[in-house]
Write a new protein. Structure first.
Length: 662
């Protein structure tokens, strides 16, 4: 009896994130091993539905009239499916020669049929649902609303709700809340035992999903570009030996595994997708492992030794090979198109003769537009394209780096461990500095790094937890002092604490015991300029956060718009006026009343409340919004561009970004 091939949809909600969904990449491998049809999607679910209906529509139209490429009318057809606008219909029916297809009732009928199918939500009817299983991943708890919306939409697409699986970070932390809100009971933790998802499927009984290699191909199915670039994503250890109150790892990975077998999965990925440039390790506390010397040796055996370089493999050749194998056609069609466009527009840009020849080949096989790129033409054109691609593709050696991207624990650092760390091309070395009490251990770890020639460091500075605002400033200041003392670079990334559980976990509004809304917003406003980075330079640090604690504390009370557009308001004199008035009112009997209002950071209806007239006069500074600023602050714009260039230049700075500062 022939096995039934299931249709599996893997979904990442449409939030902004840095790393690809590791869990879904493993699930893609798992389901393909079982012979299932797998699709990955990240974006708005309504767009996913309309795109699916569009694909069915053009397939039907192609059967009626195969003389035109209906894919070239994608925008017009989608507009009509969404709106049923007459203008969109007329644009579809008119062909390129100016002839009219208005007399083709079949085409009009099918267009109207699929428009009604979408607009009347026919796709939600049980008999029309096509997905046998939908797996929705989740990330931070403050993405609650977007994740719940995605789950609710997925319920309308899956044949049976019992086959809607929800997993990931938020699912493991807010398990009961998700079930109460959606009726779907999430999977908690990791899939580290055999047969969890399909206990009755013989081929699945021995498969441990968490141990499977990642399916990198699914990342080419979507338009969203993760900023990690070419990298292996893996673990050398799992879990953590500590139980920090602010951390979710003890819940997500409760058992510490001193060494995870990695080399076989690494070699399999290299064989399937070609070598990757960097090694991105997701370990939560690698230095706690007594097998750390073995881990370092394995990293070197994988080709990540000090001074290691990398040459991009022929990704076009790999893509065509995968298309011939029938492995994820959607992904490798997309990848092939991107590779060919990159060669044409970048590598051949100044070689006019060969560029024209290459262009003519692409035109011949209808490979110039994404809409007309098809597997059959990609394979047919391979013999003509391959020699040109191989000759002109990028073959320059590039430096390789290793990134323990979750940070290392300064409390485990020893001279011997740091010496081992220096034997691999680590960049940057991330060391957490979660609270001021870690100062001695943290400083010792940084000095050891400098001793062994590790010059590029970054760290996470947790704030808004049990710390006080002054302690955040002091931690940043310590980094500036270490940079000057040791001639190194430390990029700091303040990370705002958000609770792991309860209603406060569902958004970003939480304010710590020693913080208030205004102080939190002030820090975020300062970081807004540089995409969350605190530069290692003293001049920038003191300009951004103040020369000392006194200036820093005044900045925390400064109007948000004055912070973001610093030079605009300084040049206008408003900042100096505010500062003089702030100091005066702080030393008056009006301070307590004023302080309460400022720290609440709510100035919208201040005119309607019973406030002392002198206080109200002072608070006029806080009524100026960013929308009121007409002039562009040249200095801020310059700084913003400077740090955006830094981010583009070094993806390992990009990897540390938090999108929480905006």
């Amino acid at each position: 009896m022939e096995k039934v091939r299931r249709k599996i949809l893997l979904v990442e909600p449409n939030y902004k994130n840095k790393y690809p969904p590791i869990g879904l990449m493993k699930l893609a491998t798992y389901h393909r091993m079982l012979g299932d049809e797998v699709r990955f999607y990240k974006g708005e679910m309504r767009d996913f539905v309309i795109n699916g209906i569009y694909e069915k529509c053009i397939e039907q139209l192609g059967q009626i009239d195969n003389t035109r490429n209906w894919k070239f009318l994608e925008k017009e057809i989608i507009v009509y499916l969404k709106t049923k606008r007459k203008a969109a219909l007329e644009s579809i029916l008119a062909n390129s020669e100016g002839n009219s297809l208005k007399d083709s009732p079949a085409i009009k009928q099918w267009l109207e049929y699929f428009a009604n199918y979408y607009r009347k939500k026919e796709y939600t009817k049980p008999e029309n649902r096509e997905w046998d299983r939908i797996c929705v991943t989740s990330l931070f708890t403050f993405y609650w609303k977007k994740t719940v919306e995605t789950i609710e939409f997925a319920k309308l697409l899956v044949k049976d709700e019992k086959n809607l699986l929800v997993g990931g970070v938020m699912a493991s932390l807010l398990t009961n809340e998700i079930e109460e809100e959606t009726g779907i009971k999430p999977l908690k933790g990791i899939l580290d035992k055999p047969g969890i998802l399909d206990p009755k499927v013989e081929e699945a009984k021995h498969l441990i999903i968490d141990d499977l290699p990642l399916d990198y191909s699914i990342l080419d199915e979507i338009d969203y570009q993760y900023p990690t670039g070419s990298a292996y994503f893996t673990f050398m250890t799992k879990g953590c030996t500590r139980k920090c109150a602010f951390c979710s790892v003890p819940i997500l990975e409760p058992v510490y595994k001193q060494k995870v077998e990695t080399i076989d999965k690494f070699n399999e990925i290299k064989e399937m997708y070609g070598e990757q440039q960097h090694l991105l390790l997701m370990d939560n506390n690698v230095l706690a492992s007594p097998k750390f010397p073995e881990i370092i040796q394995e990293i070197k055996d994988m080709g990540f030794y000090k001074g290691a370089t990398y040459i991009i493999p022929n990704q076009y050749e790999i893509a065509i090979r995968k298309l011939k194998d029938g492995y994820n056609d959607r992904a490798f069609e997309n990848r092939s198109f991107r590779l060919l466009q990159e060669l044409l527009t970048k590598r051949l840009k100044r070689r006019k003769g060969i560029a024209q020849k290459f262009y003519d080949i692409l035109e011949k096989y209808q490979l110039l537009r994404k809409e007309s790129v098809e597997k059959v033409n990609l394979i047919k054109s391979y013999n003509e394209i391959a020699p040109i691609y191989e000759k002109y593709r990028d073959k320059s050696p590039k430096r390789r780096y290793v990134d323990f991207n979750q940070g290392t624990d300064a409390r485990y650092v020893t001279d011997d461990l740091m010496k081992l760390m220096s034997e691999i091309p680590i960049r940057p070395l991330r060391i957490a500095f979660d609270y001021l009490g870690m100062q001695k251990k943290y400083v010792q770890a940084v000095r050891l790094a400098a001793k062994y020639g590790i010059k590029e460091l970054s760290n996470y500075l947790l704030y808004n937890f049990k710390d006080k605002p002054d302690e955040l400033y002091r931690r940043m200041q310590i980094n500036i002092e270490l940079v000057e003392e040791l001639n190194i670079h430390i990029f700091s990334f303040p990370m705002k604490y958000i609770p792991l559980f309860g209603e406060e976990a569902k958004d970003r509004q939480y304010v710590g015991k020693f913080w208030n809304k205004k102080f939190v917003r002030a820090i975020q406003s300062i970081l807004n300029v540089t995409k969350g980075i605190v530069s290692p330079g003293r001049e920038f640090f003191e300009r951004a956060f103040g020369k000392d604690l006194h200036e820093y504390n005044e900045l925390l009370y400064m109007p948000e718009t004055y912070i973001v557009y610093r030079s605009v308001f300084e040049n206008s004199g408003l900042t100096q006026i505010w500062l003089a008035e702030f100091r005066a009112i702080k030393n008056s009997h009006l301070w307590n009343e004023t302080k309460i209002i400022i720290e609440s950071s709510d100035f919208k209806n201040i005119d309607t409340t019973k406030v002392n007239p002198d206080v109200l006069e002072f608070l006029r500074h806080y009524s100026i919004t960013r929308d009121d600023v007409k002039e562009i602050d040249a200095e801020i714009d310059k700084l913003r561009k400077r740090y955006l260039n830094l981010i583009r230049k070094d993806r390992f700075i990009e990897l540390t970004l938090t999108y929480d500062f905006e």
